[in-house]
Design a protein around this ligand. Sequence first.
Ligand code: HMG
Ligand code: MG
Length: 301
Amino acid sequence: MTLPSSVRLFEMSPRDGLQNEPGTPVPTRTKIELIERLAKAGMSHIEAASFVSPKWVPQMGDASEVMTGISRHSGVVYSALTPNLKGLENALEAKADEVAVFGAASEAFSQKNINCSVSESLERFEPVLARARGAGLRVRGYVSCVLGCPYEGEIAPTKVAAVAKALYDMGCYEISLGDTIGVGTPLAAKRMIDAVSREVPMECLAAHFHDTYGQALANLYAVLEEGVSVIDASTAGLGGCPYAKGASGNVATEDVLYLLKGLGIETGIDLQAVIDTGYWITAELGRTPSSKVALAIGCRQ
Ligand code: HMG
Ligand code: MG
């Protein structure tokens, strides 16, 4: 078991972080500034927006304005969620660099989140992938509820592996495995990765862990040991899923960067700049970061 020498971090705060923000919509200019600050901190992959139905997720209703409003930094990939062809066409028009389809390992969650069964969702993704790839865009695939579902409870690793394989076979270049409600523990995370990596190459897997039960860092360490080298994280620990009640945000980017630094794993990201960004965005939202590292180190300004 050797740890990777470098990790690619996929920053989630503008999308997974803000999609569940209660109350009035976060101003478009605030979202744009967040994305700019993250790029300046050295992020290479930022999920900037979500082209979903604004009736379902009102906070992402300005996806086109956000995507067209950001000034692009070279070397940074600005991606967006696209659940169907309508979302994809809007994402293409707004010049997203990369898009993502999102399925689930749980039937009940699939119904609540995207209003169709798992197999219907896979059918729906086929033309999205064909059109995206025809337009020269890479497509990422998410699988939600990989370590448990808010409606169905336990999820078998073989079910996760089957959905991951379907997305990979369809042409997704990377499969991001979402512990949507943060219920996983390290042994379960290892078992799930073990099952999925029999169907999809390890280098094409990403860990997308939410920190609801405070287990995300332990789970990340467990899957790093298995060979995962792509991690999704959200600055200040922002976020949650509108269709997973009580789910808190992705593991905080600051906490992941601190862990990786201690392990001697390169990311190319400036931890202090991310901490400062976390303090700034949470002040805009009227609270403080939920990252322990951010609270311990404090803001520079
Ligand atoms: P539906 O109601 O079944 O769709 O929703 P429909 O095709 O019947 O269309 C209904 C209406 O929505 C129509 O408008 C469409 O035009 C419109 P109307 O005629 O009623 O005025 N519509 C759209 N509008 C804008 N953009 C679109 C779009 N598609 C249809 N793309 C749909 C199906 C998938 C659209 C809906 O269920 C939806 O938007 N769901 C999004 C749910 C979501 O965003 N969840 C959070 C993200 S996933 C997540 O957080 C998990 C993840 O982080 C990983 C993890 O943690 O596990 C990725
Ligand atoms: Mg998520």
